[in-house]
Design a protein around this ligand. Structure first.
Ligand SMILES: *Cc1c(COP(=O)(O)O)cnc(C)c1O
Length: 459
């Protein structure tokens, strides 16, 4: 009997099998992630200090290293029901095309209008803002996925949403911009004249097309200078990883139904939220000594924070207004070369994943973008889904691992996170199809220049 008779192409979860709580992997970590520091005093940020920037309930989640499970509020569960569970697909067609004995599964998060996993945390953050009685939230967006997700969540809850969009994306991705505006968000190209930090950056670098770090600084300033507003962030923070644990919990519930135990779990890593969420319950088992898994973070060779970065306290934004975080980083001044996986261009990495990586509980690899688009195109033609460039980093490494199994004859079970669709990335696919895509790997000297900007806390 082949697997096809036993395990369906898609493993569904019934409503009663859906996760009702998020899982906080920090509760099971022996070495806790280092605390956020106040950039002025260099002391750990207190709840009071953080609550000037973030919603109260989210501050509690951010600082809680010990509570393993958080109930998902009913309102959020109801919203999740509209697009979750996301499909867990057995990639039978890909296995066959590759001729591998490996069993490949992917968890597809692109099945909602925003097109990625980011909606899982957007709805949670918007909910807590609403519950606190706030008027609205501010944020930044690079490639646009987070801004789109947040706009949807705010529209649903009736909250004002102010998005600072990196100027080059604002101009190059008009469709993302219009989706956000259709959901009622106010979208401003960053750097802008609306904030002090924006005006300063414009004066120093006239004609700049902006960066994520700069847009963060503007969004934070906007929130802290307007009553009834708080800032929200789509990745990197521990609270975001907590919300994204819904990905891993669903994956585990679905696999458990068929007694499937993965050997290798793979995800792309930008700020670390989808990977952290996908691996969370499995990592929990590993941390508690119950099971062992191999976890692989995949990052672009052009922005290699885990594979070539330093584990150090760093600024989270260019304007240096945010708390300092200890993480694998390339330095907040590092500007990655133009790369079509906009969601993976952040200079740092979640402090939770950074600590797990430093403790050798997970591994990381970096891959070049043309090889990523080779894998993306192959996947689209075989499995049907047109993947986001970010997600395709995980596809590339899943295929590499499956081909290794073909050489050795091992029947490993591989699970990877397919974080989103590539519908809004057709300019990038166009470049690839025209043979006009290039790889760029920063030199050691370029990385040194980024490290030179690390704050002195690390001495
Ligand atoms: C934002 C994004 C990522 C990267 O963010 P993480 O926080 O590392 O998960 C990956 N894939 C897609 C589709 C995204 O939108």
């Amino acid at each position: 009997m082949t697997d096809k008779n036993k395990i369906p192409y898609k493993i569904y979860l019934e409503e009663q099998e859906m996760p009702k709580q998020w899982y906080n992997v920090r509760a099971d970590m022996k070495h806790k992630p280092a605390p956020l520091l106040n950039p002025d005093t260099l002391q750990p940020m207190t709840a009071e200090e953080l609550s000037g920037v973030f919603c109260e309930e989210l501050v509690k989640q951010e600082l809680d290293d010990t509570t393993a499970y958080f109930d998902i509020p009913k309102e959020i569960l109801d919203f999740y029901k509209m697009y979750r569970p996301s499909p867990l697909v057995r990639a039978y067609c890909l296995e066959e095309a590759l001729g591998t004995p490996a069993k490949i599964y992917y968890k597809f998060e692109g099945n909602n209008t925003s097109g990625s996993h980011k909606l899982n945390s957007a709805i949670a953050q918007a909910y807590y803002a609403k519950k606190q009685g706030l008027k609205g939230v501010t944020t930044e967006t690079g490639a646009g996925q987070w801004g789109t997700a947040l706009s949807m969540a705010c529209a649903y809850l009736g909250l004002d949403c102010r998005v600072y969009m990196v100027k080059c994306s604002y101009e190059q991705k008009p469709f993302r911009r219009e989706v956000m505006r259709t959901y009622g968000a106010n979208v401003t190209p960053s750097p802008s004249e609306l904030t002090r930090v924006g005006r300063k950056i414009l004066a120093e670098h006239p004609g700049t097309t902006g960066s994520l770090g700069c847009a963060i600084s503007e969004a934070v300033e906007d929130a802290t200078s307007h009553e009834g507003y708080r800032y929200v962030l789509g990745s990197v923070l521990s609270q975001v990883m907590l919300h994204q644990s819904v990905i891993g919990l669903e994956t585990k519930a679905a696999l458990d139904k068929y007694n499937i135990t993965p050997d290798i779990i793979i995800g792309c890593a930008g700020g670390g939220s989808n990977l952290g969420g996908l691996i969370a319950p499995f990592m929990g088992e590993k941390l508690r000594g119950e099971k062992d898994y191999r976890f692989i973070a995949v990052e672009p060779a052009s922005c290699p924070s885990l594979t070539r970065g330093r584990y150090a306290y760093d600024y989270c934004d260019t304007g240096m207004v945010c708390p300092l975080a200890k993480m694998y980083t390339l330095g907040s001044g590092f500007i990655p070369s133009a790369n079509h996986a906009g969601g993976l261009r952040y200079h740092g990495m979640s402090s939770v994943l950074s600590q797990l990586y430093d403790d050798k509980l997970m591994t990381a690899v970096s891959v070049e973008q043309t090889s990523v688009f080779d894998a993306a195109t192959k996947f689209a033609r075989i499995e049907g889904i047109l993947p986001a460039p970010e997600s395709s980093h995980a596809i590339k490494v899943a295929i590499d691992e499956a081909m290794r199994c073909k050489e050795t004859g091992e029947t490993k079970t591989i699970v990877f996170g397919l974080t989103g669709t590539g519908y809004f990335d057709m300019v990038a696919y166009g470049k690839y199809n025209d043979g006009d895509m290039h790889d760029y790997v920063p030199t050691d000297a370029e990385l040194e220049a980024g490290f030179a900007g690390l704050p002195n806390v690390n001495l």
